[in-house]
Design a protein around this ligand. Structure first.
Ligand SMILES: Nc1ncnc2c1ncn2[C@@H]1O[C@H](COP(=O)(O)OP(=O)(O)OP(=O)(O)O)[C@@H](O)[C@H]1O
Length: 796
């Protein structure tokens, strides 16, 4: 109960934070991390600090000269080219790039920009991108050279490239991607195409000490051997160009010449019979120290796996089935990973429901070596295992699940193990079966690690997992790389750069994602509810319950359920608040699932929802945000959510993104958020939507959903509303309810093993993940703090 009290004291800032499973939270809270050396953190921090400095300098340069009183940038003095109308982008001195999404060469420009810059916002007509040291690092790592970045950007740009931008690109990219860490025949090499880079690195004493001297050599790079089935992006560009309007072909070719040449060169380099590289061998025991020293010298070591030449790890017979067809964007993302014949470590960002699993499975089946797949929950472990079997011909004895409940036999030589982060990172006493499995996991050399949902796992836990496992290649997968804290930078160096990020709207237009109509329904508070809401003596918890249980909101949900049931839709009602969840479910006579629901009951309800035409509504607490797969659902009604969490909003939308049969071509999925007006819910809602707005979704506001004079529902009568108010102000057993909910979010095995000390010291906020500092808000113009003057008053 002590934890409940802590929750009530949470500050507003804490409330904005998003959620992360408590099991992960525990590792963030732990003070000792034997695997991670403090030096390693310091090194990465010092690099982050330098990067931050560069960014600050860039911003400062712009602020000094361009920023006006209103806090907006005035770029009217940009030096425009004569033919600017036919070029698609503006490049601003603060590193922001704006792309006309209606340009005939949009696709090519998009491919280029997403490779060199971070997408900030991608609505229908104008996209915004941002050049950052990380994005440039990613560009270099997929073989786009400094001069090509500048040249292509200049060709695409309507204005002359600002000098500070050219300087920024040069400064950020000269040293990145120039040195690689390669594992050849079980030996680690630092490799480079540039002898002077290796000479410079060897000036560092730590690196010199780590070097095995006799191995200095000029080698024939293994990258010279077979190309993978994923060709370089140059080829993709050609394909896309041919699909464009013929009249624009000449111009497009001219414009993209340099970019094509860059990618062609990269491809040629890999198909040519030899590529001269210089390398030196380093001691295995010194790998971490060398990585650190290189980071410190601004030469982060790219990690690539020469899997085709690796004879130390036995191949697994694992091919995609002939019936498996990967989609264009999946192929494109994989081409960034395998573009030079080796496997690059990095992160692929694909929207919810776009098929990250198949992308990961295809990567593993291309490498065909032992593969460790790390998921966030036992349910995901089941889903990944099923998809490995569905898409590939992997023999069943070669794939094993390792969770608290399922421990399959692990193949002695090689194979795929699907497990959770917590199972691997757990530091306490294990059962003998678990200890045995961990011995194999930690003793084996892995071809690749697949890291699912990388945005939710704390960097500290990553270090622990990655530091305890020997692997050649790491592929991170995520839908929402939303993490404005420093940890996102750490991910770049712990896993690798972002290799690809798909555009949600492009995938929607191509029919790979459902076309969702997002609606915010404004529900005024009833008089009595609002006057209680305004009273100071009511706790924050009570006030939150008042706006969630607002009778007008209840009626709106009731109306929407009736409307969509009549259409034959499948509806999920989400409420983070378990008291409210039960209220809605019981009064509307629908099934509900929360942390306390038994596994049998859960399965029964979900099965009924999936297959029975009579069961079209299921009410879910936050347990349904990610781990419950309901591809049939096409309507979401949110009545209560986790404060300002953009990730939760995106994850919930993701529940209905699976493509739907749609004869008319209009919206085929509906995402409703019910907001009690003039309460703090309005403020949170605005923050929550920002990530989706940046992906191009528009939220319509509806103020008159139904005719109040004729609608009759559970809480339309005055007497029923009074009764509800009484229940809300005197809720029975509410604390116990919420406690059960939070505890059930924890992986069972880990919960039983978390030390009682840790359990006691965690706040309820931490248990539900709210205490994690994962959701710091945008500080760069997209949060409510920087809202336009016109709208500020509305939210005051
Ligand atoms: N190339 C493909 N061909 C056919 N079906 C596909 C393909 N790629 C993905 N799918 C299907 O799309 C659905 C969503 O895939 P998956 O579960 O991997 O998505 P996801 O990106 O991991 O989503 P979430 O983030 O919601 O977990 C699955 O049913 C999967 O079978």
């Amino acid at each position: 109960m002590s934890s409940v009290k802590t929750t009530k004291k949470r500050t507003l800032a804490e409330d904005y934070a998003g959620d992360v499973g408590e099991d992960l939270q525990a590792y963030m809270d732990g003070d000792n991390d034997p695997v991670v050396s403090k030096d390693s953190v310091a090194a990465s921090n010092s690099l982050s600090q330098r990067i931050q400095k560069r960014l600050t300098q860039l911003d400062q340069a712009t602020m000094d000269s361009e920023k006006g009183d209103a806090g907006y940038f005035d770029f009217s003095s940009l030096n425009m080219k004569k033919d600017h109308a036919s070029r698609p982008v503006w490049v601003c001195p603060n590193g922001r790039i704006f792309l006309e999404a209606f340009s005939p060469i949009y696709k090519q420009a998009y491919d280029f920009l997403v490779a060199i810059a971070e997408p900030v916002s991608r609505p229908e007509f104008i996209h915004e991108y941002k050049l950052t040291p990380y994005s440039l690092y990613a560009a270099v790592s997929v073989s786009i050279e400094t001069d090509s970045i500048i040249k292509v950007l200049d060709r695409l740009s309507k204005n002359q490239l600002p000098e500070c931008i050219i300087k920024f690109i040069r400064e950020c990219t000269t040293s990145y991607g120039k040195a690689k860490l390669v594992l050849h025949h079980n030996e680690f090499y630092v490799e480079s195409l540039f002898p002077e880079v290796l000479r410079k690195l060897l000036e560092n004493e730590q690196i010199r000490l780590a070097r095995v001297k006799e191995d200095t050599e000029t080698s024939t790079s293994a990258a010279a051997l077979n190309m993978t089935e994923f060709t370089s992006n140059g080829e993709f560009l050609q394909k896309e160009v041919s699909a464009e309007d013929q009249a624009n072909l000449q111009y497009q070719k001219l414009l993209m010449e340099d970019y094509d040449q860059t990618t062609d060169n990269a491809a040629k380099a890999t198909t040519a019979s030899t590529v001269q590289t210089v390398s030196f061998r380093i001691r295995k025991t010194h790998v971490e120290q060398v990585k650190r020293a290189c980071l410190d010298m601004d030469y982060p070591l790219m990690e690539e796996y020469d899997f085709r030449n690796d004879k130390t790890i036995p191949d697994i017979e694992m091919d995609l089935k002939p019936t498996t067809r990967i989609r264009e964007y999946q192929e494109k993302s994989l081409s960034k990973m395998f573009g030079n014949g080796r496997a690059r470590s990095g992160i692929i960002v694909l929207p919810c429901g776009a098929g990250k699993t198949l992308t990961g499975v295809t990567a593993a089946s291309t490498i065909k070596k032992s593969c460790l797949c790390l998921c966030t929950s036992a349910v995901s472990v089941e889903q990944w295992t099923a998809q490995f079997k569905m898409w590939t011909n992997i023999p069943s004895k070669k794939i094993a699940r390792f969770t608290s409940v399922s421990k399959d036999e692990i193949d002695k030589d090689s194979g795929v193990i699907v497990t959770t982060y917590t199972m691997v990172a757990f530091g306490g006493a294990r059962s003998s079966a678990s200890a045995e499995a961990m011995k194999i996991i930690q003793g084996r050399e892995w071809g690749c690690i697949l890291l699912d949902e990388v945005h939710v796992v704390p960097a500290k836990m990553f270090r622990k997992v990655i530091g305890s496992i020997a692997c050649h290649c790491k592929l991170g997968l995520t839908a929402t790389l939303v993490r404005e804290d420093d940890l996102i930078g750490d991910l770049n160096f712990l896993i690798g750069p972002k290799l690809y990020e798909a555009n949600w709207m492009d995938l929607t237009q191509s029919g790979f994602l459902a076309n969702v109509s997002c609606v915010e329904v404004w529900c005024p508070m009833t008089g009595p509810f609002y006057s209680e809401y305004l009273k100071d003596n009511n706790t924050a918890r009570q006030r939150a319950l008042l706006y969630v249980a607002n009778p007008n909101k209840f009626s709106a949900a009731e109306y929407l359920i009736r409307y969509h049931e009549e259409r034959g839709d499948k509806i999920i009602l989400f409420s983070d608040d378990v008291f409210a969840l039960q209220l809605y479910a019981k009064k509307l006579q629908k099934g509900y699932i929360f942390g306390g629901t038994s596994e049998n009951e859960r399965m029964r309800l979900l099965q009924a929802f999936r297959s029975s035409p009579q069961v079209n509504v299921v009410c879910l607490s936050k347990v349904g945000d990610t781990s419950i797969d309901l591809p049939e659902a096409n309507v979401i009604i949110q009545v209560s959510s986790h404060f300002g969490s953009r990730r939760q909003e995106a994850q919930r939308l993701g529940r209905i993104l699976r493509p739907k049969a749609n004869a008319s071509g209009g919206f085929n999925a509906f995402f409703y958020t019910l907001i009690s007006t003039d309460t703090s819910e309005m403020f949170y809602s605005n923050k929550r939507q920002q990530y989706l707005v940046d992906q191009g979704y528009t939220f319509k506001v509806v103020t008159e959903l139904y005719d109040k004079s004729t609608f009759e529902g559970v809480y339309t009568s005055k007497a029923a509303q009074d009764q509800l108010l009484y229940e809300v102000l005197n809720p029975e057993g509410i604390d116990a309810l919420n406690e059960t909910e939070s505890n059930k979010l924890v992986d069972v095995e880990d919960l039983s093993r978390l030390s009682s000390k840790k359990m006691k010291s965690s706040s309820l906020g931490a248990l539900s993940g709210a205490g994690g500092s994962k959701y710091m808000e945008y500080s760069t113009g997209h949060g409510a703090k920087q809202r336009h003057n016109l709208f500020r008053d509305r939210y005051r």
